[in-house]
Design a protein around this ligand. Structure first.
Ligand code: KIV
Ligand code: ZN
Length: 515
């Protein structure tokens, strides 16, 4: 008997971007969207077009670039939001408008200041208006997890009658417990008379660490779409992690009567891409995509795995895109070897310019680090892509003098809007001197709140991966950089954050404003 399809709706670019500091540029969003498309994600929520001109352009660019997945835009239940979403989605092969309004007593009374009957009427109007742009309309009852079941049944029935093809039940504040949330979905499907005319979806937040558990309980009770994000990124404690939902369903096919269409071998490259674009590191013990997710430390476990992998492993690391950590390329490898290895690990570069930039960066790293692993290649691809994208500040060169008993001194040359500018400074250490030299050039630098270094592989010649967080006027941005020289990696990371800070930021938040 063939199984149902479980639709994977990825909202990394929308809810994921609502994580403080996780803002992404248009180019970064397109790159992530192309990776999600390659992973065969069914629906990509590309943003909230009314939020700002930048958000509108990003949704439009994703709609233009992605042809294999449905591209979705979020809108409140307001005409102006829906019109803007419809406009941004025009270039899409397959477009979805996702319109929402809050349905819980507390949200209706305190946030919307509306009566339930007016909320219902507005939901119906919004769905009908959305149907003027596309036949694929999703309606979300925001804070459904704390809504009254009778009202939820009424509004869901009315939304389906008005033309909604997907009904999303969000646990907006991550309040639910799996058996209870699964039961809510079951009751809705059973009680709403026209429930067979729509796909039921869930969207769970992770405030109690239960987002994946709640999503899976809903799937067991009839939900056939899960909304999730790469690495569980998202508002506050995040959303359900795509990789965990997909792998739970795939690994426990004895329990689930559905499966996704996801190419799981793209999971690790996608996780790495999202982590380096946003600057949010992945914790080592994170399921599926953490560095230690498949590492066996104890002797008993190692012995067991050597005798039979299944003794301690329920999934194969390669199936989710981990490589077996072999040396893959060296300094004599050519352009086509680089291109084909990148493709093998799920990284498709965007055109000749990107391949040229990646190759020159690869040569530079390979000269200093003789063994190049897949993890190095992922960082090289990310760094080189960032270098060709529209950015205000570029590192031309960095020189540091550091000697026992002497104050370190740095000289940095940046290219700013095409012109080379030189800055110099002393510092408490080499990194401090480089940052001060950069600050002597870039006045609009905010406050450094976090600086951390990780090594991408092992060995003293490993590439260092640096993350910095800057704060300015209540806004946080993360920057990332990688290089075998951690002082250079630090300069890249700092400039990455400064470039993000330089971007315009006026945008509305979908859930704090509007109706
Ligand atoms: O958490 C939530 O309720 C949302 C909606 C906009 C779907 O993100
Ligand atoms: Zn959400």
């Amino acid at each position: 008997m063939s199984k149902d399809r479980l639709i994977i709706f990825d909202t990394t670019l929308r809810d994921g971007e609502q994580s403080p500091g996780a803002s992404m540029t248009l180019e970064e969003k397109v790159r992530i969207a192309k990776t999600l498309e390659q992973m065969r994600v069914d629906v990509i929520e590309a943003g909230f077009p009314i939020a700002s001109p930048g958000d509108f352009e990003s949704v439009k660019a994703v709609a233009q670039a992605v042809k294999g997945s449905t591209v979705c835009g979020l809108s409140r239940s307001l005409d102006k939001d829906i019109e803007r979403a419809g406009e941004a989605l025009k270039p899409a092969n397959s477009a979805r408008i996702h319109t929402f309004i809050a349905t819980s007593p507390i949200h209706m009374k305190e946030k919307l200041r509306m009566q339930p009957e007016d909320v219902l009427a507005q939901a119906v109007r919004a769905v009908k208006k959305s149907r003027q742009y596309t036949d694929d309309v999703e309606f979300s009852a925001e804070d459904a997890g704390r809504s009254e079941l009778d009202f939820l049944c009424q509004i869901v029935e009315a939304a389906i009658d008005a033309g909604a093809t997907t009904i999303n039940i969000p646990d907006t504040v991550g309040y639910n417990i799996p058996h209870q949330f699964g039961e809510l979905v079951r009751q809705l499907i059973e009680r709403v008379p026209n429930s067979d005319k729509a796909v039921f979806s869930v969207h769970c937040h992770n405030d109690l660490g239960l987002a994946v558990g709640n999503s899976l309980a809903s799937v067991l009770n009839g939900a056939r779409q899960v909304e999730c994000t790469i690495n569980g990124l998202g508002e506050r404690a995040g959303n359900a992690a795509l990789e965990e939902v997909v792998m739970a369903v795939r690994t426990r096919q004895d329990v689930f009567d559905c499966d996704t269409n996801i190419d799981t071998s793209i999971i690790v490259p996608a996780s790495r891409l999202v982590s380096s674009v946003t600057g949010f590191p992945v914790q080592p013990n994170k399921a599926i995509v953490g560095k230690n997710a498949f590492a066996h430390e104890s002797g008993i476990h190692q012995d067991g795995v050597l005798k039979s992998r299944e003794t301690y492993e329920i999934m194969r690391a390669q199936d989710v895109g981990w490589s077996d950590n072999k040396i893959v390329l060296g300094k004599h490898s050519g352009r086509s070897a680089l291109k084909s290895r990148l493709e093998e690990i799920g990284i498709v570069l965007d055109g000749e310019e990107a391949l040229n930039a990646a190759f020159s960066r690869f040569k530079d790293v390979a000269d200093r680090k003789h063994e190049i692993f897949d993890e190095d290649l992922m960082a090289i691809a990310q760094e080189s892509q960032a270098s060709i994208e529209k950015a205000r500040y570029h590192l031309v060169s960095s020189w540091v003098c550091s000697e026992t008993g002497e104050t370190p001194h740095a000289k940095v040359t940046l290219k700013i809007d095409g012109e080379e500018v030189v800055g110099e400074s002393d510092g408490g250490g080499s990194v401090d001197a480089v940052f001060s030299a950069i600050k002597s050039i870039v006045s609009d630098h905010g406050t450094l709140e976090l600086y951390s270094v990780n090594s991408i592989t092992s060995g003293t010649d490993a590439q260092g991966e640096v993350t910095v967080r800057l704060e300015k006027g209540g806004r946080q941005v993360y920057g990332n950089g990688a290089d075998p020289d951690i002082v250079i990696a630090s300069a890249y990371a700092y400039l990455d954050a400064l470039n993000k800070l330089a971007l315009a930021t006026d945008r509305e938040h979908p859930q704090y404003s509007g109706v």
